[in-house]
Design a protein around this ligand. Sequence first.
Ligand code: G
Ligand code: G
Ligand code: MN
Ligand code: NA
Length: 254
Amino acid sequence: LKLVEELRRGIDNNELFLEYQPQIDLMSGRIVGAEALVRWTHPERGRLMPGEFIEIAEQTGAIISLGRWVLNEACRQNKAWQDAGLPHITIAVNVSANQFRDKALLSDVFSALDTSGLDARYLELEFTESLVIQNVEQAVALMEDFRRIGIHLAIDDFGTGYSSLVALKNFPLNRLKIDQSFIRDLEYKESDRAIVRAIISLGRELGLNVVAEGVETAKQQAFLLSCRCETTQGYHFGRPMAADKFSKLLGMTR
Ligand code: G
Ligand code: G
Ligand code: MN
Ligand code: NA
């Protein structure tokens, strides 16, 4: 519980920051998006990764103010890049289960767009299939509200939940992100290649953009290109990085 007190204080004291991982259009090689990933510079313990504090934030409700901070910062940064003349990209923000259930999410998102001046089409929300299973109708209604204002919706870690196909059937999605566990062993496992090929064609049939996550090698990338996967994200092109480093990369690959 001490950590959550520190986290609450840390949010107010601006100890959080975002890193940005590029998302690449495979055909053109251009950066078309970035996933925002939160980090925490703890005054004594140094840099903490989300694995060390998201879960406790989720259990204690601190995720709501953390999530609000992330939304505001991601929108502000993306608008600043646009105002600096850099290519327009979509910024993707992870939304947790409890954030998604929170009544204030819609108004928090509106407020982040309004304050930053970012056009809604340059914001994407990522959620996992598990978070919406409890109340599908309510989740779909909220997603439709987001879609109506032009926000993009992505399903994260696709293929790892219990209801991947139910999610595709019901949710008004723009994009699916193939979980990195299917990409990791592509070179060695014919079954993983078959699964990835099938997900990519499923996405294409449904008119969804497909992102392969965790792409670490040129061979994985070549395989994905041969399957006509549109977008990749992974260490092969770039790790999550600080905003200034990301903006240089964005400027170079325009
Ligand atoms: O690089 P990485 O260690 O950042 O991310 C680890 C996990 O933390 C991922 O599953 C990611 O979805 C989650 N995560 C990163 N940033 C955020 C955030 O801002 N909000 C939420 N809810 N989860 C995040
Ligand atoms: O939100 P999600 O659970 O998809 O979070 C993505 C996680 O994957 C983050 O922790 C991010 O740092 C990590 N990641 C991104 N690219 C790669 C990669 O190429 N390899 C590995 N092992 N992890 C990655
Ligand atoms: Mn994600
Ligand atoms: Na993911």
